[in-house]
Every structure is written in structure tokens, then in C-alpha cells.
Design a protein around this ligand. Structure first.
Ligand code: AMP
Length: 272
């Protein structure tokens, strides 16, 4: 088992085609699909497991975030990982760390609701790219705004890695897999698939020419009536993560909603 814990011990090898899957651990089929894809497309696959403190807000779940490290390693190696990079926060961050911010794509939605989150993401992703030097890097479409951020980061800073976006993996009832689903009570777990049902229904209605605003209002209301606290349900251009008033190329529907204290996000492509 090849597990590296120190940046200085990371075996950089620019001659090997390297795929990279950054994660915060608590691996599920969504993560494993990225690892399998990387193993298929590269000579070496590196998986990082790092619960990044700087992307959690003060009232978020950093301390209780699940950390089943041994099980994660077993799963990652089983799915084709060659090396796991699991650094300590002290090795990653200096006392007054340099940070990276990606404007515009982070203006709204998760960026607005979770101050500091995307700066934490952009900074750790930049650092990990510099440490791992991957040929190809794998991200899940589940976190759509993160995908837009990473693509812009790599374009704007000319970072030498190809960004590969992989489809959202879902439970059989449609709920997008997430490490946070384990926080759901059994009652909330039963309700949770409604999020994807609403996305799919809204997509159909919009493609049938229904009015965007009233459709999204009605669908959000349907969720509220079942006990969800809807943060947003919006039609966006998934490259810019700004709202669009019409069904354009790259249109996606995005949603964030709470069930009790658990915040769930999901999205569906409407065009493309
Ligand atoms: P996380 O551990 O939550 O930081 O996620 C690590 C990577 O796995 C990110 O690129 C996520 O977008 C991706 N991911 C998380 N859930 C899923 C899913 N259900 N399907 C596909 N990718 C996912």
C-alpha cells in the first residue's frame, strides 16, 4: 500500500501519465467512479484524502466530517489507485498562507452562501496540482460550481493539467451520492430523492416551453410543502454559474435544499 503523508516525500514523476482524484475521503461510489476513470485513462492514479479545513465555514461540519481512512484506502486501491496522498493540515498550510480566489463563477449560489468556501477549494486544488503534477485531474459534476471554478482556475493560471468532469453517480432512487447523506435521518433519507425528481420534472417542463420563473417557483414550493428548506433552485449557464433567462447551450438546473440540518446540492443538465 503506497500511502504518502509528507509533501517532501511525494514521488513526482513527470514522465508517467498521472491521473489525480482529489477527495476529502469517506469514499462512496461517486468518488470510486472518478478513480476507476482515472485508472483507465492514465499509467498512474493518485488519490488525495484531505479534509481541507479552509473550505469549511465556522458553523459547518469540519470536526464531525467522517474520516474512515483505512476503509478509504482499501476502496481506493481496489478501484485502481496506485498512490494515496494524505497530508496533515500543518504540512499543507503555513501560518499566513497565500490564497487563490476565482472570481465571477463563484459570485452566486454556493459562493454566496458559504463565504470563504471556494477560496479554500481553489487554494487547496492549486497546491495539490503543484505537488502531484497530474496530467489529468478528475472532478464530479455533482459539485457543478466547483467544476466551473476548477476549469477557470486552470485556464486563467495556465496550470498544466487537463480537467476531466465525470457524471454524477446516484443511488437507485435518484439521490446523488454524497459523504453527507449519512447525516440524514431515516425519514429525511426517504424524502431526499425528491430533490432529483424535482430537477428532472423541472427540466421536462422547461424543455416543453413552460415559463422558467413560474415553473421553478412551483417546483420549489412542492419541496417546501414536503419539509425541505429550499435555498435555491435556478437555471444557470454551467460554465459561468450565472443565472440565465432562457434555455441556452450549457444550461443546467441547480438546487440546494436543507432537510433538517443537512444541506443537499444537486444539478441536472438541461442542454448539452
Ligand atoms: P469530496 O470528497 O466531497 O470533496 O468529493 C471529491 C470529488 O468527488 C469531487 O470532485 C466531487 O465532485 C466528486 N463527487 C462527489 N460526489 C459525487 C457523485 N455522487 N458522483 C460523482 N462524483 C462525485
Amino acid at each position: 500500500m503506497n500511502i504518502v503523508r509528507k509533501i517532501g516525500e511525494f514521488p513526482r514523476n513527470p514522465t508517467i501519465i498521472t491521473g489525480f482524484v482529489p477527495t476529502m475521503g469517506a469514499l462512496h461510489e461517486g468518488h470510486l467512479s472518478l478513480i476507476r476513470m482515472s485508472a483507465k485513462e492514465n499509467d498512474r492514479t493518485v488519490v488525495s484524502i484531505f479534509v481541507n479545513p479552509t473550505q469549511f465555514g465556522p458553523n459547518e461540519d469540519f470536526s464531525r466530517y467522517p474520516r474512515p481512512f483505512e476503509e478509504d484506502c482499501r476502496l481506493a486501491f481496489e478501484c485502481g489507485a496506485d498512490l494515496i496522498f494524505a497530508p496533515d493540515a500543518e504540512d499543507i498550510y503555513s501560518t499566513n498562507p497565500t490564497t487563490v480566489s476565482v472570481p465571477y463563477v463563484t459570485d452566486q449560489f454556493e459562493g454566496q452562501r458559504r463565504p470563504g468556501h471556494f477560496q479554500g477549494v481553489a487554494t487547496i486544488v492549486t497546491k495539490l496540482f503543484n505537488i502531484v503534477a497530474p496530467t489529468n485531474s478528475y472532478f464530479g459534476e455533482k459539485d457543478l460550481q466547483q467544476c466551473a471554478l476548477v476549469k477557470k482556475l486552470v485556464d486563467d493560471l495556465n496550470l498544466p493539467t487537463n480537467i476531466r468532469i465525470c457524471e454524477t453517480v446516484r443511488e437507485p432512487d435518484g439521490l446523488a451520492m454524497s459523504s453527507r447523506n449519512r447525516y440524514l435521518s431515516s425519514k429525511d433519507r426517504e424524502l431526499a430523492p425528491m430533490i432529483y425528481q424535482v430537477l428532472a420534472r423541472s427540466k421536462d417542463l422547461l424543455l416543453n416551453g413552460e415559463d422558467i420563473e413560474s415553473t421553478l417557483d412551483l417546483q420549489a414550493k412542492a419541496l417546501s410543502e414536503r419539509g425541505f428548506r429550499v435555498d435555491y433552485l435556478a437555471l444557470v449557464d454551467r460554465l459561468t454559474m450565472h443565472p440565465t433567462q432562457s434555455i441556452i447551450d450549457n444550461a443546467s438546473l441547480i438546487i440546494a435544499a436543507y432537510l433538517s440540518n443537512t444541506r443537499l446540492i444537486d444539478n441536472i443538465r438541461v442542454v448539452g
